[in-house]
Write a protein of this length. Structure first.
Lengths: 458, 458
């Protein structure tokens, strides 16, 4: 019983779709952020649920860790094989299995990315709204409970995954949820699996809720002199119940970075980027109401992108903000923070964070999904510079602690992975042990993405 | 180690707030529906989380079952002490602890009912939208994952419980969730607890999401010649993405019953009752779009209740439908079914059910939250008449099987309780065993509402 024995058996199962050497291991040992290279022992490319099941059974017999992999866009090192083992890359399980137009749902394999899915849906009048920015895989998005720019209107993956097919640690295959829109039939296993980061099993199929493409869409950008004004405008907007489709905050440093990267020329000050979805009349009414709110808070300009290509440029700019920041300070990596606080504490959280970053000397643009109370500081550091890394980690640590002080969470949408383990005990108290008990019950050998999410076994 | 020992210790803890004899036991042994009288050994009335914790610790030591009790409005016998033990009635834990206007949430104790909560919220401009009809307790609603008339717009308890305080089977107290609107920090324990029917612990506090009272509300009723027309209109409405606040179906038999009970004089045919929430202009736009849809499906009349008192009369009629039915056939009890199917299969499900009921000779009015694909037949039987009960149970059984055949669920909103246990294995497959493993991990002695939801222990 060993990892080498598992690899031998997996080679028989998968042939050259089990890769045991070379650059592929490094590729699956990297993260988008600052975590050190951690190559797995092998990478597997299964093509069916049956193959995943056979793979998991072999690993269970041989005591070999199993780690799922989608598009590799996680920001917290979720896919890193910190205890060795096999990374299961869902590259070859990336199809749309069925679109059920009448029910406004679809069944997909885990490896499909959100952009691929929406391209396939384009002609149907439907779309999948969850948009974390990166072109992540749907399996990965479910496992990290991803959200992003549209969650304020359409919810997170928690709200948009209707059901899952999961291969459990012992090789059983379960289907959670039904195709009905709601159910009161027992524990919500779909909800338990969404956000479980591969620690309870591997997802091999997802049933996703789709939404009608809005009749009218309109986007706008408005600037403010001070961060507090922008945040106060967001708070008023949410409390007024305006059904914003997106409401995003960028600080002046973020704007400088995206200007350089995207060839824009926004004046470097804090901005809100917003989008309205609805009927023509509804969108006009929302836009007017929002215009009144921001005017009350001293907005500078309220510029509209009504043509689809202008809207696309706006959101491409937002989506590329992370890469823009890295390009803005060449040679750096990002320590990406991800706190989420009650809306009433948002101004306080952003202000304290801004002041803390300013004192540190590290560049740290701030941006976020402020309609949810969720924002990120991207701390740009040279990963080889121990002093800078230490300063960044101190800032990141104080942000997480501040979020907990304010009744919030250490991670709004990126997940626990490796980076947020230190805060789980404080955020959940005995609830963290409850998570460990659930893990122990369903994965007693601790083979599914070990070292993540639950308390270390003593 | 015994139930009598537990009761002795609980008497010392609670004094006369532990009731061990008399009518109180019967009152807590009854259900709203057809389940036989099942009095517990005692009823406890705790006043604080600390008392609940002490109570649970005593019961854990003595091996005494513990069953939570809210308003007693469950339709599936959730609160019945089928293995004896103590029913914990949250009558004295019914306060609103805090309303956080800026965050649009509140903290409440489990015993408060939804009407009491909304009365307390009236002056705030906020409301709690989940409305199962009965004036249920919020604790009970969370534990059964209740939904009701407004779920099509505002979601179910799954969507509106942000966090919980739970006393676990071993007496540990955990707080799930944070006050932030979203989190990716580990397993969704709030979601696991919502719908767990008291089998994992007792809820002692809930953090609930509130919504802004809509600027404009308007309600309407429209009739149809045939059920299929009404259902087809619902399907089109949902697919058009109209943001209905409520869309309810009543069949002709339901209308006859409510006419008699509420002194109404609706012509006995199938109806849709709808409500729109939004701005003045938004509501008008929705109402017009809905009017066009129903006209396409041959609607007869489209009558508006614009005055608050008329709207109230309309929804009171809907909410009292169950009692109206019981009064319509005096001496009967209801076997209440609760299936939920994909919207695309709704017409088929309603038609097959209607035909089956018509053949049976049992009165069985149908009504439901058709925007979710969820509907109920209320089978009116004399519970002393074994033949009628058998026919009703056959109908109920075929409805549940039909829902599963159509990709739906055996319970859309009432929960498993005692009535839906026979369908859990088919609905969930190995997933039901996974529920059993979670229960075993968190309640190894099987003391929290034993006999409900999970597979019986062998």
């Amino acid at each position: 019983m060993s990892i080498p024995d598992a690899l031998a058996a997996l080679s028989s199962l998968l042939g050259d779709r089990l890769v045991r050497a070379g650059s592929d291991l490094d590729l699956h040992g990297r993260s988008e952020t600052h975590f050190p290279l951690t190559p797995p022992d092998a990478v597997a490319y299964p093509r069916s649920t049956e193959e995943v099941q056979a793979l998991v059974r072999i690993c269970a017999e041989q005591g070999c860790p199993v780690i799922g992999w989608g598009a590799g866009t996680s920001l917290e090192g979720h896919g890193l094989a910190v205890q060795g083992g096999v990374v299961v890359d869902f590259r070859d399980m990336n199809r749309v299995l069925e679109v059920r137009h009448a029910d406004m749902d679809c069944a997909v394999q885990p490896g499909i990315t959100r952009e691929e899915l929406n391209t396939e849906l384009r002609a149907t009048g439907l779309f999948f709204p969850v948009d974390p920015g990166a072109n992540a895989s749907l399996g990965g998005m479910a496992m990290t409970r991803a959200s992003g720019t549209t969650a304020v209107r359409y919810g997170t993956m928690r709200d948009n995954v209707l059901g899952l097919e999961v291969v459990l640690a012992d090789g059983r295959v379960i289907r959670t949820g039904t195709r009905a829109r709601k159910s009161a039939a027992g524990y919500d296993l779909t909800g338990l699996m969404v956000g479980s980061e591969g620690t309870l099993g591997l997802v091999t199929e997802l049933t996703l809720r789709l939404h009608g493409q809005p009749e009218a869409v309109s986007a706008a950008v408005c600037g403010f002199d001070r961060i507090e004004q922008a945040v106060a405008a967001v708070i008023d907007t949410i409390q007024m119940g305006l059904p914003m489709a997106r409401i995003e905050f960028l600080d002046a440093a973020t704007v400088e970075a995206v200007n350089a990267y995207a060839g824009m020329s926004l004046a470097p000050r804090p901005y809100l980027l917003v989008e309205f979805h609805g009927s023509e009349a509804g969108v006009a009414e929302q836009a007017e109401a929002f215009g009144e709110i921001i005017a009350d808070h001293g907005a500078i300009g309220y510029d509209w992108a009504t043509r689809p290509e202008d809207r696309k440029a706006l959101w491409t700019m937002r989506h590329n903000a992370y890469y823009a920041m890295l390009a803005w300070r060449p040679g750096t990596r990002g320590v990406v923070t991800d706190i989420c606080v009650p809306i009433s504490r948002l101004a306080e959280a952003v202000e304290a964070t801004t002041a803390d970053i300013a004192r540190s000397g590290i560049p740290g643009p701030i941006l976020g999904h402020v309609g949810d109370g969720n924002f990120h500081a991207v701390l740009l550091v040279d990963p080889e510079n121990a002093e800078e890394m230490k300063i960044a980690q101190g800032l990141s640590h104080r942000m997480a602690e501040r979020a907990l002080d304010l009744g919030g969470t250490c991670t709004g949408e990126h997940g626990v992975g490796l980076g947020k383990m230190p805060y789980m005990a404080r955020e959940h108290g005995d609830g963290w042990d409850v998570m460990g008990q659930i893990k122990q019950a369903l994965d007693p050998q601790n083979l599914m993405n070990p070292g993540k999410l639950v308390p270390p076994r003593s």
